[in-house]
Design a protein around this ligand. Sequence first.
Ligand code: PLP
Length: 397
Amino acid sequence: MDNMVSGAHPVKQVPHRIYADHAATTPVTDSVRAAMELYLSECFGNASAVHREGREASRAVFAARKRCADILGCLPDELIFTSGGTESDNLAIKGNAFAHGLRGHILTTAIEHHAVLNSARFCSSLGMTSDTVLPEADGIVSPDAFAAAIREDTVLCGCMLANNEIGTIQPIKEIADTVHRKGIPMFCDAVQGMGQILVSVSVLGADLLSLSGHKIGAPKGVGLLYIRRGTPITPLLDGGGQEMGLRAGTENVAGIVGMAQALADAAAHTAETTAHLSVLSDALMSELITIPHCVINGTTERTKRLPGNVNVSFPGLDAESMVLHLDRMGIATSAGSACTAGKTEPSHVLKALGHDDRRATASLRFTLGYENTMDDVRAIGAAVRQITEQLYTMTGM
Ligand code: PLP
């Protein structure tokens, strides 16, 4: 049964597993593992301790912070290490809201990650207000539409660098310029994009910026938040006063060292990664679009989309079931939409683009990584063609 589509059709297995879900997480790279090794073994000290073991750990955190700051174009003391993108987003939004005494208005976009949307909702539940700006039909937020939604009492604006479902790259600099003209800080969730776009806080014009290690070859459980000097933030965690008093908790020294290595690798290889992924995703998109019923979600303009992202819908089919069939064939990918209790919920991103539920529950997101090859692309194309043909036949479409 495991290799049949609904028990009726034999499923062709690809010769090896193909991982095409890099926006969900990435494998830890050899260079990151090598950089971390020492801090998982001999140098295990607590970075707050004054003895030699502690000082070694503290030096490693200091060096990692400096390394990250040089890459992102900021000062080391403007970087706070966190447990990942979710925590960084929460600290940026809730920490800023608490610093404003939970008064005022938060403006973000309708296609943000739930870590951002739900943080803003939480602040609204405590007495603030929040709004989201809809993107255009191609998944890009218009700076003019964003500017028009800023209110007199807006205390924080946020827009993601690149969307995690459809890969659209947002005009952050233009949005930030408008936001700054009104004297409001700009938050940017840059969790997706690092390694495929050069991320510099000054080029983007961000005052707060989130990054996550596990999206770029570091392990899960480490991330960072850039906080431009002077941007008001109240810490969310009380404790030992680590991270300049903004994020208490014993430092994840090995993770922090790994994060710095991953960031350095991502920055150093952005051009070649982008070139490689663009060739693969162009080929995959060209192949998928020839499959009956396939529609591409988001922009097809190369410069406005993450090079590794291909997001398509097969209206009328169920995203989760397509993902499971692909998994049985040896291909790991994901649905753009969440599955709750066996029912596929429409993707909030595709709904924000104006798509109906038939399309918003039928999306497949392929996010390619450096190890993917043209053979992988061909295998994915063939598998999607086979599965969708069978599923459409079964549903009588
Ligand atoms: N923001 C975006 C845009 C993401 O894609 C993700 C994860 O997919 C997050 C935030 C959360 O990051 P983490 O998994 O590190 O908590």
